[in-house]
Write a protein that binds this ligand. Structure first.
Ligand SMILES: Cc1cc2nc3c(=O)[nH]c(=O)nc-3n(C[C@H](O)[C@H](O)[C@H](O)COP(=O)(O)OP(=O)(O)OC[C@H]3O[C@@H](n4cnc5c(N)ncnc54)[C@H](O)[C@@H]3O)c2cc1C
Length: 463
């Protein structure tokens, strides 16, 4: 079906590897150039001693029941998944451990609040595409005021909603958020890939290579070659040209437009729009290797209600808290025992951080200490079992993958949703496409990048 057309893809993140695998399956000749040594961009995994770590701190929204499963089925590759079940996610609110929302009564909420929570979830389950579109102009913070009066409940929901798009609740579009929430509740398949997050892009690359495609790591692309308004290939550092019928950029929209093509090729209004896109928030992560198992939990969502407003303000202003006010804590080795040797444990913890990227190492150390203090409060005695801690700052993410070290890509905010997301089809250069989370329309993180890949594949496979 691909009629042997040559496709060059810049970047081997989820967007690049997914579209490459889909096109290779249809007979396109695929060649990927990835500037880092990693397969999978921000979804990559890597080894540290006998522990396997991921670049980020991930939980996948819908695992095999979502778009990753669809792509794997289409390309004939298998990824095994571990759901966050048995035990399901636990919410730690200060010192209270509970399931949410069923255990919310444990926090002292009365029948009226519980009824409102049930009404909220019941309403969310009935929303249609028309509701999603209508509600995309309303922030989730505003929307939840219809249901929740209690500040503690609002704080819990702000945390839960922020986990999806990693933008503040007052910027999160209700429609897209509610669509994701519906899909997650329908599928009940949130979890983690066996073999690490990198197992997903590695499956895509395996499929590309089986079909004769090539993936070059540690090989950046410097420019896109454009002749008579058409992309005709890419230029590597040193000037080597790689010809192509189609060029796809998995790099972010700013790099693609402003650097790989060049701002001078576009209308000034489009260049301004590209410059104005804002990223999702950044996160700081700790990855703790332990000499023994200290918990049977698979996913803990922690929220410390003490001074939450003041601490959140401090973080929004770029400060470092004494303890983390919120943490998403996937216990990776309980989800996937292959992540570390038997009897040991791997625990990750991450949350939003707005510290300036050029801050000195001492500031990142303060973040690490704040997170570890928080973990020691959650798991008394943990400190005796720490073999080592690897901290992943947004600066590290930025050094590797750019985009200001943000989590998702162009943030899914009220003004960057639906038709206002960056385009898949380049508006000027023919045969040139954008395929990353930036140009995805629906989904969370890696699933958003896959959404762009699927849309682009459908477009090109018809042509
Ligand atoms: C800390 C953290 C936590 C996260 N948590 C979750 C989560 O729980 N669930 C979830 O679904 N998602 C999560 N995400 C988000 C998810 O990882 C990203 O949204 C997704 O991986 C983005 O994929 P992408 O293909 O758009 O971009 P990327 O992963 O950034 O891939 C783009 C690739 O292009 C390469 N590239 C760029 N320029 C060039 C060039 N000139 N030449 C060659 N190569 C180039 C880059 O090196 C990179 O490998 C998290 C991300 C982080 C950082």
């Amino acid at each position: 079906m691909g009629k042997g057309k040559k496709v060059v893809i810049i970047g081997c993140g989820i967007g690049g590897s997914a579209v490459g695998a889909l096109l290779a399956k249809d007979g396109f000749q695929v060649e990927i150039f990835e500037k880092t040594r990693f397969i999978g961009g921000r979804f990559a995994s890597y080894q540290k001693g006998d522990f396997r770590l991921d670049v980020g701190c991930h939980i996948v929204g819908n695992c095999d029941k979502g778009i990753f499963g669809t792509i794997c089925e289409m390309i004939g590759e298998k990824v095994e998944w571990a759901y966050t079940r048995k035990p399901g996610p636990t919410f730690v609110y200060g010192n209270d451990w509970l399931k949410f929302p069923s255990g919310a009564a444990k926090l002292g909420f009365g029948d009226a609040e519980m009824a409102k929570i049930l009404e909220l979830y019941s309403d969310l389950s009935t929303f249609t595409e028309a509701d999603f579109a209508r509600l995309n102009s309303v922030s989730i913070a505003e929307f939840l005021k219809n249901y929740l009066d209690d500040n503690r409940l609002r704080a819990i929901f702000a945390y839960l909603t922020g986990m999806y798009f990693v933008v503040p609740d007052y910027e999160t579009p209700t429609g897209d958020w509610a669509r994701c929430q519906q899909e997650i509740v329908r599928n009940m398949a949130s979890g983690y890939p066996i073999g690490g997050t990198g197992a997903i892009p590695e499956a895509f690359v395996r499929s590309i290579e089986k079909r004769g495609g090539k993936v070059h790591l540690s090989q950046a692309v410097e420019r896109i070659k454009i002749e008579n308004g058409r992309a005709t290939g890419v230029i590597l550092p040193g000037g080597k040209e790689i010809p192509a019928d189609i060029v796809i950029s998995n790099a972010d929209i700013k790099t693609s437009v402003l650097d790989l093509v060049g701002a001078e090729k576009y209308a000034p209004a489009f260049v301004e729009k590209v410059k104005d896109y804002t990223w999702s928030e950044m996160t700081f992560i700790v990855k703790a290797a332990l000499d023994q198992k200290i918990t049977n939990e698979k996913l803990i969502m922690y929220l410390n209600p003490d001074n939450i407003v003041d601490v959140a303000k401090l973080i929004l202003q770029g400060g470092v808290p004494d303890k983390a006010p919120i943490l998403m804590i996937p216990v990776i080795s309980n989800l996937d025992p292959t992540a570390c040797p038997e009897g040991k444990q791997l625990i990750l913890a991450g949350a939003a951080c707005r510290t300036k990227l050029d801050s000195p190492a001492s500031v990142w150390k303060q973040w690490e200490e704040a997170y570890m203090r928080t973990l020691y409060g959650i798991f008394p005695g943990m400190e005796k079992h720490v073999l080592w801690v690897e901290a992943t700052s947004p600066k590290w993410i930025d050094n590797l993958f750019g985009e200001g070290g943000n989590v998702v890509g162009v943030g899914q905010t009220l003004i960057q949703v639906g038709p206002n997301r960056p385009p898949i089809v380049d508006p000027v250069v023919k045969n040139f496409y954008h395929c990353s989370a930036d140009s995805g329309l629906q989904g969370i993180g890696g699933e958003l990048a896959s959404d762009a890949a699927m849309r682009l594949y459908r477009m090109l496979s018809k042509g």
